[in-house]
Design a protein around this ligand. Structure first.
Ligand code: SER
Ligand code: ZN
Length: 498
């Protein structure tokens, strides 16, 4: 890597060239002892110092510039009462090599990127001091590399490796349960896209799924319930990666600029007169969103523990939330109750020592097997898949060593007979289970008294459980397995509509 930067420093008043020359020599001398870098050229006119810095990989030229400016202002300040009034970086050229040639051109903000073969030339113009201080440059280099790498992974099949599969089960029918529930009036399309209104019969089934998950999986393993907010501020998603990974799927939340009725007077009047939503007036009264509706529940659970040290005696810490409802803007992908914009999920989160979590995963799988085999009596399977945290952070590349059975995500998938035969149709992911290493505990600075701390989570999608169960077992309680009928034997009467 080679960094070349041209900058202009403005001194508070002119200074003698000889003084400056000595300072630069001293600085260069120290610099060269420790790294292959130097202030190459410089020129002083009155109080304007132009200089050019060249450096290699060990230290970035901008870092050297900031350091030089500090040293200089300290020395000149003390001896001559001269300060530095501003730094402009009018050219910053960074050259580095890629592991492989890009497949097509790359564009990133703030810089021109030219690539020849594997050699990158990235040029920034008129860059502010703050920009350099915040180290955007390193992130820009990383972004270029990441964009090139992702060109190689785009369109490649997802990672998938079978772990286990149940025996085959004869489904009682092969119809789409959502369609059937709509016909019977158990379910009504929601008021906005990808949402549902569950009438009593459908609601009873969804709640039965919830009770099963709690009674058969979470309680026996000692999970404790928490209740979180389902409005998630961006700073949480900056830490988890969702903001860069999923910005097109977030349901954004705006606050009013003010709750003062006077501010809203015109809006109110317009509504009264037009009986429509006055969009311009609304826009005027809203703040830009700073939050979104829950996407997954675990980020807020981690946030609630940020900066904390967990007591060893309480590990592994086993929590679950079932109150936050998730919103995901699905656009084209919606279908039935299994692919929706709004869904109900229980999310257990576990934080503990690596060995505790590896053991917990086995116990969770055992309990899940009990539910899917003995209570719901499903035809289903488990597979290692691309970890959700990579997907949700917009990454397509699988990390080295992934799939060896320690850190990663297991998907639980079930056959939906209405989609076609078990061999060729796409099975539905109705649940997942992950161990995520120290990724999130680190991101939220959650610590153990001593030693390593890991975390993980499991998404129990209640609509998905329901979709899978009904697709295999039908809507008639008479055909439901005994285990499930212990939780729901008879459907509620429902609403009589003429
Ligand atoms: N956080 C996990 C996911 O989003 C479990 O819900 O898939
Ligand atoms: Zn999670």
């Amino acid at each position: 890597m080679r960094f070349h930067l041209k900058a202009r420093l403005k001194l508070s008043r002119p200074i003698d060239k000889a003084i400056l020359s000595k300072e630069i020599d001293d600085f260069n001398h120290q610099l060269m002892e420790r790294s292959e870098a130097s202030i190459e050229e410089w020129d002083l006119k009155e109080n304007i110092l132009d200089l050019s810095i060249v450096s290699g990989t060990r230290r970035r030229a901008h870092d050297i510039l900031l350091n030089f400016s500090n040293v200089l202002s300290r020395k000149l300040g003390k001896a001559y009462k001269v300060g530095i009034r501003g730094i402009d970086v009018y050219l910053y050229e960074i050259r580095f090599s890629l592991d492989r040639e890009p497949l097509h051109d790359i564009v990133i903000p703030f810089a021109d990127v030219q690539i020849e073969g594997k050699e990158v030339r990235m040029v920034l113009r008129d860059t502010s001091e703050e920009f350099l201080r915040k180290n955007y440059v390193d992130r820009m280099i990383r972004l270029v590399r990441e964009k090139v790498e992702s060109q190689y992974y785009e369109g490649k099949g997802e990672f998938w490796k079978l772990i286990w599969r149940s025996e085959e089960k004869d489904p009682v029918w092969n119809r789409d349960p959502t369609e059937e529930m709509l016909k019977r009036g158990w379910l009504v399309q929601g008021p906005t896209k990808g949402k549902w209104f569950y009438r009593p019969q459908a609601a009873a089934i969804l709640r039965a799924m919830e009770r099963i998950a709690i009674e058969e999986v979470l309680k026996p393993l000692g999970f404790q319930e928490v209740i979180e907010s389902h409005i998630v501020p961006f700073d949480i998603w900056l830490k988890t990666g969702h903001l860069e990974g999923m910005p097109g799927e977030i349901y954004y939340v705006c606050e009013p600029r003010s709750r003062d009725v006077k501010e809203w007077e015109r809006f109110i009047d317009l509504v009264k007169i037009t009986r429509e939503v006055p969009e311009d007036e609304l826009r005027r009264n809203l703040s830009l969103p700073r939050a979104g509706i829950c996407y997954a529940q675990c980020p807020v659970i981690y946030w609630s523990l940020k900066g904390r040290t967990l007591a060893d005696e309480g590990l592994p810490l086993l929590l679950f939330d079932r109150s936050a409802i998730s919103g995901r803007y699905e656009s084209g992908g919606r279908h039935g109750i299994e692919r929706v914009d709004e869904f109900h999920r229980i999310e257990p989160v576990y934080i503990g020592k690596p060995e505790q979590l590896i053991e917990l995963r086995e116990r969770l799988i055992e309990r899940y097997k009990h539910v899917f085999n003995e209570i719901l009596d499903l035809e289903w399977r488990m597979a290692w898949v691309t970890p959700w945290y990579l997907q949700q952070a917009g990454k397509t590349k699988i990390e080295e060593g992934y799939g060896e059975g320690v850190i990663g995500t297991i998907d639980f998938e079930a056959w939906l007979p209405y989609r076609g035969d078990r061999e060729s149709s796409k099975w539905l992911e109705f649940q997942n289970l992950s161990i995520l290493g120290d990724k999130y505990v680190k991101a939220f600075n959650i610590k153990a008294q001593k030693g390593e701390l890991w975390s993980g989570c499991s998404g129990i999608g209640l609509e998905r459980w329901m979709a899978v169960f009904l697709a295999q077992k039908g809507l008639d309680p008479e055909n439901w397995p005994k285990g499930f009928r212990r939780y729901l034997d008879k459907l509620p009467e429902g609403i009589k509509i003429l």
